[in-house]
Structure formats: structure tokens, C-alpha cells
Design a protein around this ligand. Structure first.
Ligand code: HEC
Ligand code: HEC
Ligand code: HEC
Ligand code: HEC
Length: 408
């Protein structure tokens, strides 16, 4: 090794990536007409000597927070070891103009020359990335259930009366199968806040949080629908004729497409009790006042028999993506398991979860600006943000080695 061979700070040699990255970054930056285009490439095309100079910049200006090994010293400080050089350089320039509103970082780079930014980026990019956060698994990792599994778990306390999938087999217990989740949420809240008076239900749902309730309603909505497995005596044919008056709100066959609840498959005993309570005013709902007053006891029994025998339908609810499924969408830009192969797209693998959560919220609130990221995180829930952060913090980070040019 007499000739000035390129320094390989990592044991992995990946050829070809550099050129691919150069092309990608070139076009992206070129399109913005940013003079930083060449700069971003310069960090990837650094010589061993420039990388050594970058290390000196790091010692003087960065190591107190990011360490000389590029592993953040506090949970708030991101790991930058092995991060893609074009991205590092780009972000340092953003901090220089106060673009990310972070005072410690703004101060750290404020008086550094462009040349120093290039070199320090090259230095950190060539380090071995941090190890995946093992501790994250116990903190926010596997314990975090996706909404559907969380809903199933939370609904286990309801199963004794409403059936495991919302299909009741106890007379008097309402069938929850096929109900729109919005209606289920509103009904439970009405018990919680006392608009709907039922002491037993009030006690049973008093500890259910809003998030749990959303998940429970989603869980029921996504189960295979079924009729109540309870007796429904009465004249179904007569009930069918009487139901014509109800179809405007409750839909044909009791499958509602509006705000009124579906009645298809409803337990007959509960149905009769509900009608009675609209009649005597103990359940007050202006829309139901006239319809309830217009039917006598015999007709109610027939209506109950008719509706109980109609097949409920699954409400139109989209199955939420699991964290893994969501992450696959992110990986289109951020690389397999967050190991970006694009020079100016950050790697996410083995990044600190606290930091990832924080920047994702910053994108959502518009505090950190990126068209791609605010579109991607639009409508992503807080639970999903935590799930995604834990997911990426657990991934093994792979270095993309940028071959330093031999010095002259
Ligand atoms: C006083 C502590 C401190 C010093 C000194 C410091 N940093 Fe930072 N750095 C931070 C914190 C905190 C963040 C997260 C800021 C944010 O959320 O925008 C950060 C963020 C960054 C990021 C963005 C990472 C990403 O994934 O987007 C880069 C790049 C970075 N620092 C590089 C450097 C370099 C290079 C230096 C030295 C020139 C330096 N930092 C000095 C604390 C520091
Ligand atoms: C001990 C039996 C029991 C348990 C356990 C129970 N419920 Fe109920 N639930 C009932 C009864 C009885 C009613 C009807 C009350 C009324 O007449 O308003 C009801 C009503 C409801 C309704 C309104 C249905 C409609 O068609 O308007 C919803 C929604 C509901 N329960 C959800 C739940 C959820 C969610 C849980 C678990 C967190 C739960 N229930 C636990 C017995 C139970
Ligand atoms: C103008 C619209 C409208 C018409 C017409 C109407 N309903 Fe309703 N119905 C509603 C609404 C809205 C609710 C939900 C009220 C609530 O939350 O208490 C409801 C609730 C009910 C419930 C309680 C369901 C449950 O799960 O708790 C029953 C039973 C019912 N209606 C039966 C009927 C019958 C039978 C007719 C025809 C004779 C009828 N409704 C006509 C709007 C209507
Ligand atoms: C269309 C491409 C694209 C997709 C898809 C995408 N991202 Fe990004 N992401 C980017 C780019 C470009 C940046 C750098 C933006 C900037 O300069 O702030 C970024 C930045 C980030 C950052 C900041 C990293 C850091 O070190 O500060 C996080 C966290 C992130 N993305 C997470 C995600 C997640 C989670 C998803 C999926 C829900 C996702 N991204 C999907 C392109 C994408």
C-alpha cells in the first residue's frame, strides 16, 4: 500500500452507488437552481485529507454534542455517523440560515465557512453508523399495537355482552355488528357524558379513552357482519310493510348509508326497548320522536322481527395500515429499512427514536419544511409517528461508503 490509496473508514466497499447518487443529487439540486448542487457533491467526493480536516472541524465544533463518532450524546441529539453526505451538507446550510429554528445548531454552524461544512459532512458521512437502539424495543417497540389489534384488545371487556366480534347472543344486548364506527363512538360518548342514560353502560365505559374508543369502533366495523343470535318473535312480513316509513333514514333492509344507525340484524329485545325509550322520552332524539309515536306495541314487535332478520353490511371503513406497511411507503425514498441510497435523502435506520418523533411532528406542524415529508405525514396519527420512530430506531444501519478521492 505505497500509493496513496483511498482511505476506507468503513469495511464495506460499495462501488457504483457514488455515481448513481451523484446523478440523482445532480438533477434534484439542479432543478432547484441551487448553487449548493456542486457543494452537495463535493462532500461525497472528498479526499482523505479533506476528511481529516473535517475531523478537526468536528472536534472543535460538533463533538461536544454529536461525539467524534457521530453518535448523539443526548436523546435529543441525532446520530449523524454514516448519514448521507449530500443530506448532511444540505441541512448544515439550512441551519446556517436559521431554517430549522434550532438555536444550538444555528450557533454551531453560524461562523463556519462553506468549505468547513463540506469537510465536516464528508467526515461524519464516512463513519460507521450507530448501532440500532436495542432499548427501544422495551420502551415503545413491540408493545405498541396497531389500531386494529389495540381495538380488539380494548373490546375484550365488551365481549361478554356484545359478543367477541360485536354479534350479540344475549337478548337485550344490542348487536354492534355492522354499525358505523362514528355511531358507536357517539353512542359510547353519550353514555359517558350522560346524554344517554344507562347507569350500567356509563360505568362500563367510564374508563375507555377516546383513542381506545376509536380503535374499538374500528375493530367492530372491520369484523365479518352477522345478525344477532337471539330470538325475534313477530310477523316479519308485517314488519317489512311498516319499515317503509323508516327506510328514508335507516336505509333499505335497515342498512343505513346516512347518520341514522343501521338496524339490520339488531337484537329484537333491545330494538323494542329502544323504541319504548323514544316513546317515553327517556332517550331523547328529535328525529325519532315522531316515528316512535306513530307505531303501536304490536307494530314495534313486527318491526323488530323484520330488522333482526336482515343481514347487516360492513360499513365502508378503510383498514388502517400497520406500521410495517406504512414504513414500506417511506422506504421508497428512504431506502430498504431506512437505509437510503440517495445522496440527499437521509437514512433513518438506527436514528434515535426521540429525534425521529420530534422531526416528524415538526414536518406536520410546518416548522420544518419539506414538500415530500409534509405530504407523507399528512393525517398520520400520533400513535403512528411513535410506531414509525420505534420501527426505524430498531433497524440496522448500513453504511454507504463514499470512496474518497486519492489526494494529489
Ligand atoms: C450544542 C449541541 C450541538 C452542537 C455543538 C452541534 N450540534 Fe448538530 N444538532 C444538535 C441538535 C440538538 C440537533 C437536532 C436539531 C433539530 O431538531 O433540528 C442537531 C442536528 C444536526 C443535524 C441534522 C441531522 C438530521 O438528521 O437532520 C446535523 C447534520 C448536525 N446536527 C451536524 C452538526 C455538525 C456538523 C456540527 C458541528 C459543526 C454540529 N452539528 C454541532 C446539537 C448540536
Ligand atoms: C354487562 C354487559 C355490557 C358490557 C360489558 C358492555 N355493554 Fe354496551 N351495552 C349494554 C347494554 C345493555 C346496552 C343498551 C343500553 C341502553 O339501553 O341504552 C349497551 C349499549 C351499547 C351501545 C349502544 C348501541 C346502540 O345500538 O346504540 C354501544 C355502542 C356499546 N354498548 C358499546 C360497548 C362497549 C364499547 C363496551 C366495552 C367497552 C360495552 N358496550 C360493554 C351492555 C353491555
Ligand atoms: C328522520 C330520520 C329517522 C326516521 C324516519 C326514523 N329514524 Fe330511527 N333513528 C334515527 C336516528 C338519527 C337515530 C339515532 C338516535 C340516537 O342516537 O338516539 C335513530 C335510532 C333508532 C333506533 C335505535 C337504534 C340503536 O341502535 O340504538 C331504533 C330502534 C330506530 N331508530 C327505529 C326506527 C323505526 C322503527 C323507524 C320507523 C318507524 C325509524 N326509526 C324512523 C332517525 C330516524
Ligand atoms: C417522496 C420521498 C419521501 C418519502 C416517500 C418519505 N420521505 Fe422522509 N424525507 C424525504 C426527504 C427528501 C427528506 C429530507 C427533507 C428535508 O430536507 O427536511 C426526508 C426527511 C425525513 C426525516 C428527517 C430525517 C432527519 O434525519 O432529520 C424523517 C424522520 C422522515 N423523512 C421520515 C419519513 C417517514 C416516516 C416516511 C413515511 C411515512 C417518509 N419519510 C417518507 C423524502 C421522503
Amino acid at each position: 500500500m505505497k500509493r496513496s490509496a483511498p482511505i476506507l473508514l468503513s469495511n464495506m466497499l460499495v462501488t457504483g452507488i457514488l455515481l448513481a447518487g451523484v446523478a440523482a443529487a445532480g438533477s434534484a439540486f439542479g432543478a432547484e437552481g441551487d448553487s449548493g448542487a456542486r457543494g452537495a457533491l463535493r462532500a461525497a467526493l472528498a479526499t482523505p485529507q479533506e476528511i481529516a480536516e473535517g475531523k478537526r472541524v468536528a472536534e472543535a465544533s460538533c463533538a461536544s454534542c454529536h461525539g467524534l463518532a457521530g453518535v448523539g450524546k443526548s436523546k435529543d441529539t441525532p446520530n449523524i455517523a454514516g448519514q448521507r453526505p449530500g443530506y448532511l451538507y444540505q441541512e448544515l446550510r439550512v441551519y446556517q440560515v436559521g431554517g430549522r429554528g434550532n438555536t444550538p445548531m444555528n450557533n454551531a454552524v453560524k461562523f463556519l465557512s462553506d468549505d468547513a461544512l463540506v469537510k465536516v459532512s464528508a467526515y461524519y458521512a464516512n463513519l460507521e453508523p450507530a448501532l440500532p437502539a436495542a432499548s427501544v424495543g422495551t420502551k415503545t417497540g413491540p408493545a405498541k399495537l396497531d389500531p386494529l389489534s389495540a381495538g380488539k384488545a380494548a373490546a375484550s371487556g365488551c365481549a361478554g355482552c356484545h359478543g367477541e366480534t360485536g354479534i350479540t347472543s344475549t337478548p337485550g344486548m344490542p348487536n354492534l355488528s355492522g354499525l358505523d364506527p362514528k355511531y358507536v363512538v357517539a353512542a359510547v360518548k353519550a353514555y359517558q357524558h350522560g346524554q344517554r342514560k344507562d347507569d350500567m353502560m356509563k360505568t362500563l365505559v367510564s374508563a375507555v379513552t377516546d383513542a381506545e374508543l376509536d380503535n374499538i369502533a374500528l375493530y367492530y366495523a372491520l369484523q365479518k357482519p352477522g345478525k344477532a343470535k337471539t330470538p325475534a318473535p313477530g310477523d316479519q312480513a308485517a314488519g317489512k310493510s311498516a319499515a317503509v316509513a323508516c327506510a328514508g333514514c335507516h336505509g333499505d333492509g335497515g342498512v343505513s348509508t346516512g347518520t341514522a344507525p343501521s338496524l339490520a340484524g339488531q337484537d329484537a329485545q333491545y330494538f323494542i326497548a329502544a323504541m319504548k325509550s323514544y316513546k317515553d322520552g327517556s332517550r331523547s332524539e328529535s328525529a325519532m320522536k315522531a316515528p316512535a309515536a306513530s307505531v303501536d306495541e304490536g307494530t314495534i314487535k313486527n318491526l323488530a322481527a323484520y330488522y333482526a332478520n336482515q343481514m347487516p353490511q360492513q360499513p365502508t371503513v378503510r383498514k388502517p395500515l400497520t406500521t410495517e406497511e406504512m414504513a414500506q411507503r417511506c422506504d421508497r425514498c428512504h431506502g430498504v429499512n431506512g437505509n437510503s441510497t440517495d445522496l440527499h435523502v437521509p437514512a433513518l435506520a438506527a436514528q434515535r427514536s426521540e429525534y425521529l418523533e420530534r422531526v416528524m411532528r415538526a414536518y406536520q406542524k410546518g416548522e420544518r419544511r419539506s414538500t415530500a415529508m409534509s405530504a407523507m405525514l399528512d393525517g398520520v396519527s400520533e400513535a403512528d409517528i411513535e410506531g414509525l420512530a420505534a420501527h426505524y430506531a430498531r433497524q440496522k444501519a448500513r453504511a454507504v461508503v463514499f470512496l474518497p478521492l486519492p489526494s494529489k
